[in-house]
Design a protein around this ligand. Structure first.
Ligand code: HEC
Length: 306
C-alpha cells in the first residue's frame, strides 16, 4: 500500500515538473515588442543580404525556407521560417524571438547586429503570400529540369565574367534558368575572395555578367583561378565550374628567398654570418695544423736532447 502511494506521489511530481518545464519553454512576446517595425525596405538587395545571413546563421537548424527540411530537434523542433503559418506573426514578434532565443533556439542578441537581424526578417517576409514584395527570389518559376549546365564566358576586353545557367526539361528542350543566385569567387593565397556583389541572380536568359575587379593581382601572366557555383545546392545539387582566367593584373611574385636575409640560402646569407662561419672554420683548422706541426717536431727535439 505504502509503495503505491510513493509511486503515485512521484508520478504526480514528475508530471507537474514536466508541465512546468514545457510551459516555461513557450514564447511570450510583450505587446510592445510585437508592434516594432522593420526599418528596412523589401528591396532585392536587402532580401539577398538577408538570405546570405540566413544561410550562415539559421539554415543549419531551420533548413531552407518553405522546404520543410528543418533539423528534428527535441523537445521542440525549429519551425519552417518560410511557412505561411509562421509568417502570420509581425516582424516585431520575429525580431523579439531571434533576440531572445528559447530552448534549443540560441539567442542572437549579441551574435548578430540589428541590421543583420532585420535583413533576415526582410528575407523571410519575401515568402509571405499576403505581402507584396520583390518576387525575384521568393518565387522563381523555373520548370523542372535535369542535366543542369553552367557555362562560363570570360571577356578580356570588358574584364568581366558571364555565366549562363540552363537545364533540360522533361520534353527535352534546353531552357534558361532564371532568378538563381550564383557565386563568383577568385582563389587567393588564403581562401577565396567573393566578387559576386549583392545581386548575382540569373536573368530571363539564364545569364549574368559580373565585372572583374580591376586591381586584383594574378600570376606573372595575369592568370587567376575562378570558381563559379550555384550558391544554393538545394535547387539542383552542387553545380560548380572552375576556370583559369587571364583577368588579373600580371604580378611578379617577390620571392623572399631572393634577398640577403637570415633565412636566405648559401650566398644570400647575411655577410656577418658568412664571415664568422668562415673565420671559425679557418681558426679551428689552423689550430689543428699547429698541433700536428708541433707533434712532428717532437722526435726531432728528442734527438737534440741526446
Ligand atoms: C541551433 C539551432 C537553431 C539555430 C541556429 C536557429 N534556430 Fe531558430 N529555432 C530553433 C528551435 C529549436 C526553435 C523552436 C524553439 C521553441 O519554440 O521553443 C526555433 C524557433 C525560432 C523562431 C520562433 C518560431 C515560431 O514558430 O515562432 C524564430 C523566429 C527563429 N527560430 C528564428 C531564427 C533565426 C532568424 C535564426 C538565424 C539568425 C535561427 N532561428 C537560428 C533552433 C535554431
Amino acid at each position: 500500500m505504502k509503495n503505491i502511494i510513493k509511486i503515485t506521489a512521484s508520478l504526480f511530481l514528475i508530471f507537474t515538473l514536466s508541465v512546468s518545464v514545457v510551459s516555461a519553454q513557450s514564447w511570450s512576446v510583450p505587446n510592445l515588442s510585437k508592434k516594432k517595425q522593420n526599418p528596412y525596405d523589401t528591396s532585392t538587395k536587402n532580401i539577398s543580404s538577408g538570405k546570405k545571413i540566413y544561410n550562415i546563421n539559421c539554415k543549419s537548424c531551420h533548413g531552407d525556407a518553405t522546404m520543410r527540411n528543418m533539423l528534428p530537434l527535441q523537445p521542440v523542433a525549429p519551425s519552417d521560417l518560410g511557412s505561411q503559418a509562421f509568417l502570420m506573426q509581425t516582424d516585431g514578434e520575429i525580431y523579439y524571438k531571434v533576440n531572445k532565443g528559447n530552448g534549443a533556439m540560441p539567442t542572437f542578441k549579441k551574435t548578430l547586429n540589428d541590421e543583420s537581424k532585420w535583413m533576415v526578417i526582410t528575407y523571410l517576409r519575401s515568402f509571405d503570400k499576403n505581402k507584396k514584395v520583390s518576387k525575384k527570389i521568393a518565387e522563381v518559376k523555373n520548370p523542372e529540369v535535369s542535366d543542369v549546365k553552367l557555362l562560363l564566358d570570360i571577356n578580356k576586353e570588358t574584364k568581366s565574367v558571364s555565366a549562363n545557367l540552363t537545364g533540360v526539361t522533361k520534353k527535352g528542350a534546353r531552357v534558361a534558368l532564371q532568378g538563381i543566385e550564383l557565386s563568383f569567387k577568385v582563389k587567393r593565397s588564403f581562401g577565396y575572395l567573393d566578387i559576386s556583389g549583392n545581386d548575382a541572380y540569373t536573368n530571363e536568359q539564364g545569364m549574368i555578367e559580373i565585372p572583374f575587379p580591376s586591381d586584383l593581382p594574378g600570376d606573372r601572366e595575369g592568370h587567376v583561378n575562378l570558381l563559379v557555383k550555384v550558391t544554393d545546392d538545394a535547387y539542383y545539387g552542387e553545380i560548380t565550374v572552375d576556370r583559369i582566367a587571364t583577368l588579373g593584373v600580371p604580378t611578379d611574385p617577390e620571392n623572399p628567398l631572393d634577398e640577403r636575409a637570415m633565412w636566405g640560402t648559401r650566398a644570400n646569407a647575411p655577410i656577418w654570418i658568412i664571415v664568422s662561419y668562415v673565420g671559425g672554420v679557418l681558426s679551428i683548422w689552423s689550430i689543428i695544423f699547429l698541433v700536428l706541426f708541433q707533434l712532428i717536431k717532437l722526435p726531432k727535439l728528442a734527438k737534440t736532447e741526446e
